[in-house]
Ligand binder design. Structure first.
Ligand SMILES: NC(=O)c1ccc[n+]([C@@H]2O[C@H](COP(=O)([O-])OP(=O)(O)OC[C@H]3O[C@@H](n4cnc5c(N)ncnc54)[C@H](OP(=O)(O)O)[C@@H]3O)[C@@H](O)[C@H]2O)c1
Length: 331
């Protein structure tokens, strides 16, 4: 997989990245997550599973890896893997996120899995925790799910602390979430310190069902930000696993085209993301090597106007998309 520049930064990334949201903790919202983990939640087994997927990603040429404080032991597993494989920090680009605290205590049926707080105290605590796990491997530190409601983009103390981390060599980014992704990004693009943009990258949801942030992400890319796309298969809804009756019509369209192209539904959805000129990295969020192999078939698909036309009808309103996402069970 060919490396490419990441926005105006001196970092390089690959078209595919691997996200560890489903690999670092027993519980997550993705469809069928529990089945993937064979309900074996021993830390030893979870780390071994993560190492297997990380090794397969590395062999496939993936060189961007995405973690977060709230993904349970994802940072720890990623750090242990990088050291165990003697990977030099110059060979890989590592991103993590702060702002959500993991509260599930390794339980799948926890009442509260994560708590969001974009405060200076949380930033100062979590950067130490992230450094303890990832050390000098850490390249990019992102606000986790910044929204206008969280107020973080008006919190001068936090923004100043992020500017200090920037000046100390870390790239600062933000991830977005919800119906207001575009509006939050517009606000973030205006934030500067010492005449330089604070944010070097943005991570956002964009897929065949939720395209609403596309224009603003293109503007961010033009402004020199690195753009990372998450939830490219809509937490499993754009995969063969989505057998929901209300999705049958859309699944039929996806299945027909996937069969014509001798590929998979998830690869088709990921190819749509890779085809956007403003995308630097699309994250695969898999927990199994089989699903990673299926995702990577997207690299063999030549996206064209006919595919764009035949799949444009899958789009949902942001209200519908985020409504359905908020109902996905932690499993
Ligand atoms: N706010 C934020 O900053 C935020 C939010 C969400 C995600 N992210 C980042 O984005 C990454 C990816 O997002 P995501 O995992 O939430 O969503 P996603 O990539 O849209 O969905 C991943 C899910 O799809 C399933 N899947 C993929 N290929 C499949 C196949 N061929 N057959 C069946 N199932 C398949 C995976 O199942 P298996 O688990 O069985 O492989 C996994 O459960 C995360 O790891 C994280 O790094 C960031």
């Amino acid at each position: 997989m060919k490396s490419r520049a990441f926005g105006n930064t001196d970092l390089t990334v690959t078209p595919f990245g691997l996200g560890l949201a489903a690999l670092g903790r027993p519980g997550y919202i993705n469809l069928g997550h529990a089945a993937d983990l064979d309900q074996d939640y021993s830390i030893k087994e979870m780390q071994a599973r993560a190492f297997k997927v990380l090794d397969t990603a590395w062999e496939a040429g993936i060189r961007y890896f995405d973690a977060a404080r709230s993904y349970g032991r994802a940072e720890e597993f990623l750090g242990n893997w990088l050291r165990a494989r003697n990977i030099s920090s110059t060979e890989v680009t590592i991103g993590s996120k702060w702002g959500y605290t993991y509260t599930a205590d390794w339980q799948v049926d926890a009442d509260v899995h994560e708590v969001k707080e974009h405060s200076l105290a949380v930033l100062q605590r979590q950067i130490k925790e992230t450094r303890a796990n990832l050390g000098d491997y850490l390249d990019l530190y992102q606000i986790h799910s910044a929204t206008q409601a969280s107020g973080v983009l008006e919190n001068q103390a936090v923004l100043l602390a992020l500017a200090c981390l920037r000046d100390a060599g870390l790239k600062i980014g933000l991830s977005l979430s919800g119906e207001g992704q575009a509006a939050t990004l517009v606000q973030a693009l205006e934030i500067e310190f010492d005449g330089r943009p604070l944010f070097a990258s943005v991570q956002a949801t964009w897929n065949l069902l939720e395209r609403s942030a596309g224009e603003t992400l293109a503007a961010a890319h033009d402004a020199g930000l690195g753009v990372i796309v998450k939830e490219a298969v809509a937490n499993g809804r754009l995969t063969p696993r989505n057998q929901r009756p209300e999705f049958a019509k859309k699944r039929a369209v996806l299945t027909e085209i996937a069969q014509e192209l001798d590929t998979t539904i998830d690869a088709l959805a990921l190819a749509a993301v890779l085809a956007q000129p403003w995308v630097d990295v699309v994250l695969s969020g898999v927990a199994t090597t089989e699903h990673l192999a299926s995702n990577l078939k997207a690299l063999d698909i030549n996206w064209n106007a006919e595919l764009e036309d035949r799949l444009s009808g899958l789009v949902e309103t942001p209200k519908e998309y985020w409504g359905i996402r908020s109902e996905l069970d932690w499993n």
